[in-house]
Every structure is written in C-alpha cells, then in structure tokens.
Design a protein around this ligand. Structure first.
Ligand code: UDX
Length: 519
C-alpha cells in the first residue's frame, strides 16, 4: 500500500495534533495556517499553544522532515493526496456554529483541485451539524473546482474525539474511527489510510453515511455533557443529606455494566471549546428543524447553575456577604494540563464573586497569562498570584476550581498557616478526607454537609468571636468537637472549656446581635 501524502488545513488543537501524530506514524504531512507567526513557530519545532507532549512531537517530526507548516492552503493541497479540513467552528450569538472558515477552506480546496490531475480525497474533520458536508462543503468544492464529487475526487466526514490535555494520546490511540462516506471509493481510501495509521488492527473503523458521522460527534459530546449535568444535579441533592458522598454513590452507579462512570465526576460544571459549543449548536440546529430540545436545554441550564451553586456554598461558609472578602481561586483553566480558558467555569465563578464585591486572587499553573490577556480582562478586577502560597495568603476562603495535581497535595497545615481562616470549597474534590477533617471548614461538591455546618448560626458566632480576637480557630474547633460529643451550646462549651468568660460572651452577643441575653 503506498502511503498518501497528507495535508491538514488548520493548526488548532485538532489540526496540529493530527498532523504531528500522522507525521510520527511515517506520513509526509503539510499543515497550513493563515498566520505567518504560527507557520514560523511550527517550523522551528514548537507548538503555538500548550498541549501535553505536543512540543516534543512537533520538534521530532519537523526535525525528521515529516511535518512542515506552510502559509496558505494552495501549496498544501497541490502537494498532497488527502486533505483534512480541521478549522474552527466557533459559536455565533444564536448558538449556531460559525461556518465562515469551513466555507473559505472548501472554496480554497476547490480552486486548488482544478489544478490536480490525480484523484484525491477531502475529509471534513471539524465539528459540523448533519448535512453540512453534503449541502455546503461539496457544492463549494464542485463550484470552485469545476469537478464532480464522487467522480473526480472523493469526500468523507470523519469527526475527531480528542480531549485537550491528552490530545496526543487520544489521537494516537482512538477507540474507533468514524468514516462517513460520500461513496464507497471515498470510504475505502480513508479506511486504507486509517489502517496504515493504526496498523495493529485494534482500532475499529465504523463506516456510515456523512450525515450519521456528523451526528456521532454531537451525539458523543452532548451525551457526555448530559452525564456531567446529571451528576452535578445529583450532587446538589446529595449535599443536603449529611454523610452522603456522591463520589461513593457513583462507584455504586457505575458498577452496573450498563453505566460507564468515567464522565460522572461532579465538579464546577463543564467548560472548554467543545461541550458548551456543541450543546448550543445542537439546540439551535434542532430548533431550526422544528424539534424542541428540552433535555439539551436542561443540560445547559444545570451547567450554568453549577458555578452559581459553588458561589452560594462559599457565601454560606462565609456566613453571608462576600463584600470585601478575599477569595482565593485555585485553578483557572477549564481542566488540568492545558492553558485553555474557553468557557472555563472559573470565569463564571469569578463573575459571580465580583458582582458580589468579593476581592479575588487567583493562581493557575498554566493558564494565568491566557486568563489575564484574553479572558478575564477589563470586566472583572482580579489579582494574580505567582504561587499557591501567595494566593492563599490572608484569604478568607479558597475555592478549588481546577483539579491540578499540585492542588491534590495541599495539606490542612498549609491552608491553616496561610489563610485568615482555613475555609475551603473543594469544587473538584481534590483534598483528601484526612486533610479535610483538619480544616477549619470544608465543603466539597457532592458531599453531604457535615453536622457542624448544619448550624450556620453557631459557625457564624464562632467566626465573629475569632474575628473579634476573643477566641482562636483551635478553641472554636475544640468547642465544636465538644458539642458533637456531648451536646450543649457553642457559647456554653467555650465557657466550659475555659476559652471565654461568660460576661465577655454576653456583652459580645448583645453588641453584635442587638440581643439582650439573659444570663
Ligand atoms: C471534549 C470531549 O471529551 C472530546 O471527545 C471532544 O473531542 C472535545 O470535547 P475536552 O473539552 O478537551 O474534550 O475535555 P473533557 O475532558 O471532555 O472535559 C470537558 C469539561 O467537562 C471540562 O471542563 C471538565 O472539567 C468537565 N468534566 C469532565 C466534568 O466536570 N466531569 C467529568 O466527569 C468529566
């Protein structure tokens, strides 16, 4: 089997990762970009964005002469046999996918096809709603080439399913390849190519028509987004019940062979460049077709509420107003191992906090520059810390938004030493149970509220006493322990343990709450 020469039109996550992986598997790959900067960066052996393992692979394949970036599409097409359209399809205000780049690329391929004598294959790789390849891409290819699809050139639609942060791994080891074909010859050509890329024979190739292939992509992403909204809603229910832990519940749910627990991690909601965009696009596509997509709408609204829910818990733990409270956000990227901030839950959380006049300080191992320059610009006032320690210093509360590994290693001692009060809202459940018990206060997503926090007035009084420097954290904790073991009011326990004089407490309560307390 001769190896086809490959062109990848688009150098984003999808395009460049595929280009580097195919080049690494022995193909000659040209990747085209409209940006001279990007072309230069890639040809220097670097990826223009951060993605785990990608820099190394680009460096290796560029050095070996297998991968080259070119400016403009014509050169890439004229020197290749199969071309992947891997350009972005961002959301328009209406929720529909913006097809501008798809159309431009299809027209450019059409023009170059005019000059080609040999049969070649065009593959749509971008995420596009069902019917786009047949009704938009093919007519443009035919119009600009003066040739006939299915006769002079082939067309397939083959979506990709890579996850950011593990894009190189996912593209190197896909669970399957979907081949949506215009005709058998096009499908055969793509299947042959896939067999050369994945010669071990353990990647099934599923052949279908182009519309079904387009729908598979939306099907997978909306199904996964639905799982996440489902588990976030379940976790909100679980949080009301003391002692319940949604992460334990998921182990039980997932033990049913019909249910895969992989995407049932409760958290701060889904973000990124795909789930939010694809749910929106399918909603808007369904409506245009006259179908009311009620389930998908709920998936979206549950996701939006999750950020508000995290802020509501924060407010509870801080006993009321957020105004002037210093809130440390650990994690900004929409998920770990990437600097991507697109639709990141941190933006929504920061917005809620800012609108309630909290002072926000944030730290992320990779995404701070991107957040500062492109996402959280003039709209929100936010301070950026250069380390976890600086971020936590003197904070009233910490919210863990992204599950970076370094946050998993944090101990109660670090929080207690640095923060004003070690109050932690764990939006990704990264703090180990033994550490969380030592914190002044801990709330984890999907974790039934512990008994002591069921009594906000008690905590509120305790915190106010600490703020007034009448007791310290340790003394409040001991009084709470005493209350759990033997009952009794918190004030009475503080007095019993010798931490506070009765008269001081009574004066404080009458001063703070305007109550005249009877001794
Ligand atoms: C997703 C799809 O997984 C991938 O197949 C598709 O090609 C592109 O979209 P990606 O956006 O890179 O990939 O990340 P993914 O790991 O799927 O996470 C998306 C969002 O969902 C993140 O914000 C993540 O934190 C959240 N998530 C994921 C959860 O909240 N819980 C989970 O159990 C899984």
């Amino acid at each position: 089997m001769t190896k086809p020469r490959v062109a990848i039109l688009g150098t984003g996550y999808v395009g460049l990762v595929a280009a580097a992986v195919f080049a690494d598997r022995g193909f000659t790959v040209l990747t085209s970009s409209q940006s001279l900067d990007k072309v230069e960066t890639i040809n220097k052996g670097k990826a223009p964005f951060y993605e785990k393992d990608l820099d190394e692979l680009v460096a290796k394949t560029v050095k070996a002469g297998a991968l080259k970036a070119v400016h403009g599409r014509r050169e890439a097409i004229l020197n290749s046999d199969i071309f992947f359209i891997a350009v972005g399809t961002p959301s328009l205000m209406s929720g529909e996918a913006d097809l501008r780049l798809i159309k431009e690329t299809a027209a450019a391929i059409g023009e170059a096809l005019q000059e080609k004598e040999t049969y070649s294959l065009v593959i749509a790789r971008s995420t596009i709603v069902p019917g786009t390849t047949r009704n938009i891409i093919i007519p443009l290819l035919e119009k600009h080439s003066g040739k006939k699809a299915g006769v002079d050139f082939g067309v397939c639609m083959s979506p990709e399913f890579l996850r950011q942060g593990s894009a190189v791994h996912d593209t190197s080891h896909p669970d399957s390849v979907i081949v949506g074909e215009l005709d058998m010859r096009s499908g055969d050509m793509l299947e042959d190519f896939c067999k050369q890329v994945y010669p071990d024979g353990n990647v099934p190739v599923l052949r279908m028509n182009m519309e079904s292939a387009e729908m598979v992509k939306y099907g997978r992403n909306t199904f996964l987004a639905m799982n996440i909204s489902y588990i976030n809603e379940m976790s909100r229910i679980a949080e009301i019940i003391p002692g319940i832990d949604i992460y334990e519940v998921v182990k039980g749910i997932g033990a049913d062979w019909r249910i895969n627990p992989a995407f049932l991690n409760a958290g701060c909601g889904y973000g990124g460049s795909c789930f939010p965009k694809d749910v929106k696009a399918l909603i808007s596509f369904a409506r245009l077709q006259g179908v009311e997509p009620e389930l998908l709408e709920s998936v979206e609204s549950v996701n939006a509420q999750q950020a508000a829910h995290i802020v509501a818990i924060t407010k509870q733990e801080l006993c009321g107003a957020l105004k002037g409270k210093r809130i440390a956000l650990l994690g900004l990227a929409f998920k770990p191992h990437t600097d991507d901030m697109r639709e990141a839950p941190s933006i929504k959380i920061a917005n809620h906090l800012y609108s309630q006049e909290a002072d926000i300080i944030a730290y992320d191992p990779k995404a701070m520059a991107n957040a500062r320059d492109n996402f959280i610009k003039d709209t929100i006032k936010i301070e950026y810390a250069d380390s976890i320690e600086t971020c936590l210093k003197d904070a009233d509360c910490c919210i863990i938004v992204t599950e970076w590994d370094e946050f998993r290693e944090l101990t109660a001692e670090t929080f207690s030493r640095l923060m004003k009060q070690a109050i932690v809202i764990d939006g990704r459940r990264v703090i180990s149970p033994s550490e969380r018990d030592k914190l002044f206060s801990y709330r984890g997503v999907g974790l039934g509220t512990p008994k002591t926090s069921e009594k906000p007035m008690v905590i509120k009084l305790g915190r106010r006493l600490i703020q007034a420097k009448l007791i310290n954290e340790q003394q409040l904790r001991e009084a709470l322990n005493e209350q759990e073991k033997r009952g009794g009011l918190i004030g009475a326990n503080l007095i019993k343990l010798g931490f506070l004089k009765k008269e001081v407490l009574l004066d404080f309560i009458s001063d703070q709450y305007g109550l005249s307390v009877n001794s």
